[in-house]
Design a protein around this ligand. Structure first.
Ligand code: SF4
Ligand code: SF4
Length: 361
């Protein structure tokens, strides 16, 4: 597993052009150089050289990074910026009290007890036994455990599209471990998840959360077992929204309503998702100003980053006030938490809205 010092040469290729500033959602809001890759690389270079010590303050800036990768898409030096920032997070995690406490809470036995308890209390699911030629694995992540009704709806949609859903049981994708810098635990989770697919033949790997899909795609950078790696490389990832757009399924809202959409930073299928939303009959769609700008969640709302998070949330709130929708739809659980708890709006995951508020035509 690579450490921060192993990225010395890569960090050195940063030409300080500043292009990352023009796309970083956090920098655009804060104007603070320490919150964007260029500034973070200057700090990390200092740490590698031994001129700076990793500390709480630097960690605070690392935490603000959304790991959205928008900066990498524009970086002329072609740096995988998120990978470098995560290695710096791992450095802090390894040497801080916060990291030590978190590693106990995130340890496999404790994490699994919490998940299995939630599963026992709420996670009773119907079996989907219909057979079709095309076969899919559905990964609902932690949400499937606590909100089984939504995953049942997704599975029934898949059956409508003549896709068989194979019976597999996963835990978390590991994103909370990765973003907190607990790389050892992340690798353990990634290996465990891919191991479950080793003996299964399937056509699609389906998710409905943009962040889960992003995390699964990150596995190849961290898994070392060649057999698991080659299994991963063959997977055809599809979001449920890809499949809906490729199908003839149409939706109609049971009650007329005005809707808008917040695009999560990890959503790479934004256009398809917006088309699905625009085509829901008996609704009026209005585009939210800055719909593709961060919700402020920043991976995890923390007291240390609260000031900047609330600044971002407030600008989202102001934009929502201008259009006053009945519902704000999104495709990431993290964004949903921010939008519903902090803005107190009727926020819904798109899939849940389709399930509860719409009829299929
Ligand atoms: S875009 Fe890339 S090369 Fe340019 S300053 Fe940002 S990280 Fe450095
Ligand atoms: S990954 Fe996203 S939030 Fe992080 S520095 Fe790059 S653009 Fe900014």
């Amino acid at each position: 597993m690579k450490e921060l010092k192993d990225y010395k040469e890569i960090i050195h290729t940063c030409s300080k052009c500043g292009l990352c500033q023009s796309v970083c959602p956090i920098y655009l809001e804060t104007g603070n150089e320490c919150t964007v890759s260029r500034g973070q690389f200057i700090m990390l270079r200092g740490i590698i050289k031994g001129e700076l010590k990793m500390n709480k303050n630097i960690n605070k800036y690392l935490d603000l990074c959304l790991k959205c990768g928008k900066c990498s898409d524009f970086c002329p030096s072609d740096i995988d910026i998120v990978e470098v920032i995560l290695s710096a997070k791992a450095e802090y995690f390894k040497n801080s009290l916060e990291g030590k406490l978190l590693s106990i809470l995130q340890s496999k036995p404790i994490f699994n007890i919490a998940l299995n308890t939630a599963r026992f209390l709420f996670g009773h699911q119907k079996k989907f036994k219909k057979k079709f030629d095309k076969k899919a694995i559905y990964f609902g992540g932690c949400i499937e455990t606590v909100l089984p009704k939504t995953s049942e709806y997704i599975k029934s949609l898949l059956n409508k599209m003549e896709i068989e859903v194979l019976d597999t049981k996963f835990n978390c994708c590991g994103l909370p471990f990765l973003t907190s810098g607990n790389i050892t635990r992340f690798v353990e989770q990634a290996n465990e998840n891919v191991q479950k697919l080793k003996e299964i033949d399937f056509d699609y790997f389906i998710t409905d959360c943009a962040s889960c899909e992003w995390t699964w795609k990150e596995y190849t950078k961290y898994i070392e077992d060649e057999e698991l790696k080659s299994k991963l490389e063959k997977i055809e990832f599809k979001s449920i929204y890809d499949l809906i757009s490729e199908s003839n399924i149409k939706f109609e809202s049971k009650k007329y309503c005005k809707i808008t959409y917040h695009q999560p930073c990890h959503e790479k299928n934004g256009e398809k998702v917006i088309n699905i939303i625009k085509n829901i009959e008996n609704t009026e769609f209005e585009e939210l100003e800055g719909f593709d700008k961060c919700c402020g969640f920043s991976g995890l709302i923390k007291p240390s980053t609260w000031k900047i998070s609330s600044k971002i949330i407030n600008s989202k709130k102001r934009n929502l006030k201008k259009i006053k929708p009945n519902y704000i739809l999104t495709t990431c659980v993290g964004c949903l938490i921010t939008l519903s708890l902090i803005t107190r709006l009727k926020a819904r995951r798109l899939i849940k809205f389709l399930d509860k508020n719409c009829n299929i035509k």
